[in-house]
Design a protein around this ligand. Structure first.
Ligand SMILES: C[S@@+](CC[C@H](N)C(=O)[O-])C[C@H]1O[C@@H](n2cnc3c(N)ncnc32)[C@H](O)[C@@H]1O
Ligand code: SF4
Ligand code: SF4
Length: 300
């Protein structure tokens, strides 16, 4: 991370904590909900089938930038399916950097060739060992590992959503993260049980077991992006929500925290680690602040 970027985030953090401000810093743009997969745990694919235009997404980027967002994520559906004429997700990342976003990340299922050196991080979903990943995501594991190995930059962060099917395979994903050159780190979330995927939710005890595995792996040198200091809040489901510093925009409609905010009572069972990490950070929790500084400066 550049020193100027770090200073800019530090200033934002200090202002937010001292004056209890609710300004945003993180934004996500949904570029399409089309997807080539139909993962068992996902409720947000292939609903409207719309591919938003380059111009519309540029307007949304400007809107978020003017609201103070400086860390931008592109998400879907599948982001690598996005295109408008000859423009691809790469053009969106380049445009975002030109507008002035300090960090630009892309979330992908990794089933397409990865040539996106301009992105700061490519969050690439890997949901367990080969068998359990494939149960959730179809027969894609080998293609994904191959795409990671052939990627043109080392800006990949694995992204695992832990649920009833793959909860015992956290260690496998940590080991892949450790072994592949192009992978910088791995980041975990717990399943957030939308009404149609409630059966995949994991219990408090299962969350605790997974967090213990993640903690041990991190202590043994696995490159893990999550903050151990937030684990007790995540296990006990006692972190504040929503996260006011995060915005999501889809088809011009802005939601605070996640688009899931519109799903009745879903926030009570939120499994997204970033919500715990950022809400606690911006409340001024000192352990989280130090943990975040240590972790983020290592991987971004
Ligand atoms: C919706 S996908 C979009 C990007 C891309 N198609 C992918 O799979 O990475 C973004 C991330 O959300 C995760 N996800 C989907 N549904 C979830 C849920 N109910 N709870 C937690 N994570 C979920 C996916 O596993 C993926 O890592
Ligand atoms: S690849 Fe991503 S968007 Fe597509 S179904 Fe799976 S989790 Fe959902
Ligand atoms: S707190 Fe609610 S809106 Fe925010 S990510 Fe969790 S479920 Fe979504």
């Amino acid at each position: 991370m550049k020193v100027s970027t770090f200073i800019s985030f530090a200033k934002f953090g200090i202002k937010t904590i001292l004056f209890k401000k609710k300004d945003s810093i993180l934004g996500t743009i949904i570029v399409t909900d089309r997807c080539n997969l139909k993962c068992k745990h996902c409720s947000v694919n292939n609903i409207s089938f719309v591919m938003y235009t380059y111009n519309q997404i540029c307007v949304e980027m400007e809107l978020l930038y003017n609201k103070g967002v400086r860390i931008l994520f592109f998400c879907g559906g599948e982001t690598f399916l996005w295109q408008d004429g000859k423009k691809t997700i790469r053009d969106l990342v380049i445009r975002a950097k030109k507008i002035g976003f300090l960090i630009v990340n892309v979330v992908t299922n990794g089933t397409f060739k990865i040539d996106l050196p301009e992105a700061d991080l490519i969050l690439l979903s890997l949901d367990g060992d080969r068998v359990h990943h494939n149960i959730i995501r179809g027969d894609t594991y080998d293609t994904i590992i191959n795409n990671i190995k052939n990627a043109t930059a080392d800006n990949i962060c694995l992204y695992m959503a832990i649920n009833k099917i793959n909860k015992d395979y956290v260690k496998d994903v940590c080991e892949v993260a450790k072994s592949l050159e192009n992978v910088r780190a791995v980041s975990f979330n717990f399943h957030t049980p939308y009404p149609d995927t409630k059966e995949l939710a994991i219990s408090r005890e299962e969350k605790e077991e997974c967090c213990n595995v993640i903690k041990d792996m991190k202590k043994n040198g696995a490159p893990i992006f999550n903050l151990i200091s937030a684990f007790p809040y995540i296990i006990n489901n006692s972190f504040p929500r929503p996260c006011y510093q995060c915005l999501v925009i889809e088809n011009g409609e802005i939601s605070t925290c996640g688009r899931c905010i519109n799903v009745s009572s879903l926030c009570n069972d939120c499994g997204y680690f970033f919500v715990a990490e950022y809400t606690l950070l911006f409340k001024g929790d000192l352990r989280i602040i130090f943990d975040m500084l240590k972790t983020y400066l290592k991987y971004i």
